[in-house]
Design a binder for this molecule. Structure first.
Ligand code: F6P
Length: 517
């Protein structure tokens, strides 16, 4: 989500890709061998706020599901391959019902491979730490999208105490000299807490969202504590070099650090942290294999029939509904295209799908209302003869339906105003097994650095975005296919296992921490 991939994790039995893989392709097995060779099976702990499996009450029965989360989509296949323990917030209504006395349950529930250790939070803690400090402070602070961050001391207090809960849970779970892989902006204080509690651990952290410039970050009243928390890591990863550079500039302005630019390393208080880019990705081979399935073909027919997805060109947007995704800007660009090139009326259909997110936060609720208003207005302006240009898909889509939608889309539009990576773009490319399709991609995503063959846009420039969208849907087939071929080569080679292999490889090459007893 990176940010976000909307595909829930595949089932463990997902088919393997057709045909042999090139020699240098990273696979689940290769990552597993790397970790077990260096540290032994079971010695990897992943820590994140979002849990990979949620158990919910549905009347008298308990069902489990995988949340729509880029982080989960990315990390879950790695844990399935490597084993170990994943420590995360237990957020499901039936989560407590299925765990042992230590808060543990083996997952995936239908094919247990690793332990999930749940951390319990009160309503108040969740409000202050997750909705408050993580998502009303750090999220807007790190994404430069002009939503003003809120700084509340009580949220900060919850953020500190919840990071301490996570620290206790990890310290209980971690074998001696284990490697702890922390994820995201919810847990910035955890590395320093862990190193204080358990100096034998090696700690790495992947930050799934952008890191802003030092000018932006300096408004945070607790910037020093956050930076000190992160500088306790042995390795700190961002999606792209630009975010690493922003981080290095930030620490050099705020703290007495030594920066070794050549090795991208920061030394603070005698401890050195490697700060490196690791561009996150998707399990492209698994997506490719599933996109071939009969179920996806049937789902394409259902979606077309049920929602009238017919037209010369179907353009799709698919997001977690978040104000960073530039959904209003995308709708306005479609509106502009239909105004400037009315010949597209009754021929172009724009389909917006997605999942609601963080809807307790006012900025998310008003974003959703804005989207609904815009869709109504644009459909009134351009609709005729029972035809309307924009369809808001009302249902929460299954993995199969998402793959079907990717395959239906002549063009996918990703117009984030700021995005660490954006895995929806990568999923779309992986799912285009026919080698066709076009990707309109915001230049403010991490993915734009890897995908020069996409139709890159500045979503703030409506005329420019409308013009690029027009170019994407009118490009002659041979050129369009040529671009898609190069995008697909890239995503198949730079897959999720490469991301994990390169980051974990960097961590596992480090000497064990010196523990003074
Ligand atoms: O993109 C950042 C991120 O935290 C991802 O890691 C995650 O998948 C996504 O946002 C969803 O957020 P949440 O866990 O709050 O639903």
């Amino acid at each position: 989500m990176h940010d976000l991939a909307l595909l829930p994790s595949p089932s463990p039995t997902a088919a393997t890709p057709p045909g042999p893989l090139p020699v240098d392709v990273w696979t689940a097995e290769r990552v597993r061998d790397l970790v077990s060779h260096r540290r032994g099976r079971g010695s990897l702990l992943v820590v994140s706020n979002r849990e990979p499996y949620v158990h919910q009450h549905h009347g008298d029965v308990i069902r489990w599901m995988r949340p729509a989360s880029g982080l989960v989509t990315a990390v879950e296949p790695i844990m399935r391959a490597v084993g170990g323990t994943w420590v995360a917030h237990g957020s499901g209504s039936a989560d407590r019902k299925v765990v042992d006395p230590y808060g543990r349950v083996m997952v995936p529930p239908d094919d247990p491979r690793y332990a999930l250790r749940r951390v319990w939070l009160t309503e108040e803690e969740e409000r202050g730490y997750y909705y408050g400090f993580a998502n009303e402070t750090l999220w807007p602070l790190c994404h430069v999208v002009y939503v003003r961050p809120t700084f509340r001391s009580r949220d900060w207090a919850h953020y500190q105490s919840v990071n301490a809960h996570f620290c206790r849970a990890v310290a209980e779970e971690a074998p001696l000299k284990a490697t702890v892989w922390v994820h995201d902006y919810h847990l910035a204080l955890l590395p320093a807490m862990l190193k204080a509690a358990r100096p034998d651990l090696t700690v790495a952290h992947f930050w799934h969202i952008p890191w802003p410039s030092s000018e932006v970050f300096r408004i945070c009243p607790w910037r020093r504590e956050i930076l000190e928390g992160l500088l306790a890591n042995d390795v700190l990863g961002f999606h792209i070099r630009y975010h690493c550079d922003n981080f290095l500039d930030t620490v050099s302005r705020e703290l007495e650090v030594n920066i070794d630019r050549e090795n991208s390393a920061v030394t603070y208080g005698g401890h050195t942290t490697l700060v490196r880019p690791f561009p996150i990705s998707v399990d492209a081979a698994a997506i490719e294999a599933e996109a071939h399935s009969e179920a996806v073909a049937r789902e394409m027919v259902r979606l077309r029939e049920q929602y009238g997805l017919v037209g010369d060109k179907i353009v799709v947007g698919l997001d977690r509904f978040d104000y960073t995704k530039g959904i209003p800007e995308r709708l306005m660009a479609v509106d502009r295209l239909l105004t400037l090139s009315p010949e597209w009326r009754e021929r172009l259909l724009f389909v917006q799908a997605g999942v609601p997110s963080r809807s307790r936060i006012p900025a998310y609720r008003s974003e959703w209302r804005r989207i609904e208003r815009l869709v109504r207005r644009i459909n009134q302006r351009h609709g005729r003869h029972g035809w309307a240009p924009i369809v808001l898909l009302p249902e929460q889509l299954s993995r199969t339906a998402i793959l079907a939608l990717y395959r239906i889309a002549d063009c996918l539009m990703v117009s984030s105003l700021h995005d660490g990576m954006n895995l929806v773009a990568k999923e779309y490319v992986a799912a285009r097994i026919d080698g066709d399709g076009a990707l309109v991609l915001s230049q403010f995503t991490g993915a734009a650095r890897e995908f020069p063959e996409a139709f890159l846009v500045n979503p703030y420039d409506l005329d420019g975005t409308a013009e690029r969208l027009g170019a994407a849907i009118t490009m002659p087939e041979p050129q369009r296919r040529g671009r898609m071929t190069r995008l697909r080569e890239r995503v198949l080679e730079w897959n999720i296992y490469r991301w994990a292999g390169e980051m974990l490889g960097t961590v596992l090459r480090l000497p064990d921490p010196e523990v003074i007893s």
